[in-house]
Ligand binder design. Sequence first.
Ligand code: B3K
Ligand code: ZN
Length: 891
Amino acid sequence: MRNDNLSAPQAIYRKDYVAPGFWVDTVEMGLDLGLEQTHVATRMTLRRNPESTEKDIVLFGDGLKILQLRLNGANLKKSQYSIQGETMRIPDAPDDVVLEIETLIQPVKNTALSGLYASAGNLITQCEAEGFRRITWFPDRPDVMAKYTVLLRADKKAFPVLLSNGNLIEEGDLGDGRHYAKWEDPFFKPSYLFAIVAGKLVCQEETFRLQDGRDALLQVWVEPGNLDKTDHAMQSLKKSIRWDEERFGLELDLDRFMIVATGDFNMGAMENKGLNIFNTKYVLANPSIATDTDYAGIESVVGHEYFHNWTGNRVTCRDWFQLSLKEGLTVFRDQEFSADLVGTATGRAVKRIEDVRVLRQVQFSEDAGPMAHPVRPDSFVEINNFYTVTIYEKGSEVVRMYYTLLGHDGFRKGMDLYFARHDGQAVECDDFRAAMADAGGRDLTQFERWYSQAGTPRVHASAVYNAEEKTYVLTLAQSCPATPGQAEKLPFHIPVTVGLLGADGRDLPLHTDGAQAGQTSVVLELTEASQTFIFRDVAEEPVPSLLRNFSAPVVLHFDYSDAQLAHLLAHDSDPFNRWEAGQRLATRRLVKLTQAVQAGEALALDEMFLEALRNTLNDTTLDPAFRELVLTLPSELVIAEEFDEVDPQAIHTARQFARAAISDALRGDLLTAYEDNLTPGKYSPDAESSAKRSLKNLALSYLADWPQQSTFDLALTQFNEAENMTDRLAALHALVNFKGDAKQKKAADKALAQFYKLFSKEALVVDKWFMLQAVAETTDVAKVRELMQHPAFTLNNPNRARSLTFSFCNANPSQFHAPDGSGYALWAELVIALNKINPQVAARLARSMDRWKKYSPALQQKMKAALEKVAGTKKLSKDVAEVVTKALAAE
Ligand code: B3K
Ligand code: ZN
């Protein structure tokens, strides 16, 4: 875990993969559970793998006290094995081995929240990626799949509930106030899917009839007091099970499926076989504490973890370089699940736009920075640093491209073939690609480059219309910027979905290779550096709608005029590109405004743009959620990507100016939108009412950007009268960011204090309270430091740490990048403090400095100093060391 020699964090390479020397068939574990101390006895049967070049038994362990080590019944002497770092080697073992190991661990001291740890007096595990080795010595690698039986013993009062993977086969009393439970998982699984939970928990449970007629017991376990917040998670679980049956023909393979919520968790959730463990953030909801976004997040994460049961658990990864095999595919599946649940075409588009926004904002930036890596990386120092937006979100885009290339039915055939071939195996990304290629009868050899080449490809489109010949000739050229360790890139296989719009805004019929009669969208396959596509019988000069539905994760350039973009925004039959046209119009203006701010020139927003926004806002035939997306300006981070040298304050000033100008020009329209989209009555998180709230609250936030007493009153009334968290939080946001007078400021502070008082017992709401302040325009470094002194703040809890400090460093750029470097100094202190507590969380925060080379020389110098300060810290975890070393190596 620790790495004192920063100059050379040890990387491991994909090319060095060697199959395990021994397979493990069965694992029996007995755990005597205690917070201070847990005793772990493991008995495993191993069998030599004759196909491996590895001859030793190789086990991994981290921070374990060994009490006993026996091989085939005899104690192993110190001379019979060696331990180096986390690796134990036992040479000269017979072909069939029974290993018995006893270890002692201390859950309360485990602040890294990996392995077995304590949370609110309960015991919880997190084993992915390499946490199992913090419980016992084991061949802790995903290609070693075994059957587990787990016996849990504990004090009845302290740990009335004892859970593990699979089925409960026995439970009973041990006397002395102790009891036991025995669990058996009938499926072979890798150690990273092992889980136990013990403690004071209560559950909501339900029997659910599966499509094949079996009944499954579904349970959602929470701390007492939270039982009234489990309904939405349970509903989401049932929808997930049904959806996987219907869409992919995949059944739940267990009689029992459990979800457990914990407030101390490094990430969102974990797909342990039959015993999913979740961050409370993705389980607990009721209208007064959770927003529409929270409700949607719960549905999608519950789905995601459930879908892993097939894509991840039944078919798992050969090694961690293949992580996207399960993550990219499962993200694609959860995105489709959410889209299918909404059902409507615009509903799907709204979901698509939201997903692409995340991709562009975070993944494109990762792909352009020092941590850029392919979807299937070739090396890493710390695997936990590779649970990235590239593996997850870009990985999902790669899966979506198969879907685009093969079509709905073709993709399903590919999935069926993948499971037919690989159920019960640990495989590679190439195996998934082969299943898709074979099922679809397609050559997908070149498609492999999406897995091996990092960086975001650029596609330059240009077109010539020949009025006499009625041809439209579209040329697509691709390139990809260099990334660390990868200077040269070869052409990708890029599906580019294209349509052509006539002057009346309607789609023109397409006559081109591959297009059927009547088709108005066609998937062009760009495989060369440059390719030309000819459309015939094109009656008039069209406006091209390119990369419809964002058919590939690329940056597309086309020299659109403003008029063409306005035309697309008003008419494109592809809702994604309609939105995209609006974003292009906005980005153009925000870049110009930023330059004007820098040059000290007067700022203005043109009527044409305002008119386009006004028309969209007032078009009540459009889904309110879609209008909200069009009216939302590109974020400061997205605007920053347009510049070689980023000026965060100028971008902020420019964007704020644009917001105020829109507020001023569209005032009446915004008020109407506000009034028209009220959702009186009982709260429901359904798509229709949450869409209305999103537009209404966007209108409110715009209105508040052109400060008037009436708007302040509107926000205050909404805050006081809100019957759900979505409206209350949006109102508080408007109040806190209101550029008002002293009296209004006082009233806003009062609301903030009231909010805290009202919800001080709800950890997830207190997180929101910190976050709202972290991203407020006026929150500077000093204010963050003040908030860090608040009694409710702690770095020990990942959600709390993220709510204030991560939000500030990542989502308040104009304050974080204060010219005096105070934000960077704070960042360094935080990373160093977190490094001692929780390396995974520390390494995430360390990523805030990734793009330091994009700032002015003066800022760069200060950022470099902060990075060096962290890099020079003693006992730096390899998690943090990898991130800062790579950042410092950036050119
Ligand atoms: N597979 C887990 C992530 C584990 C992260 C380990 N550092 C959650 C998920 O992707 O579903
Ligand atoms: Zn996942």
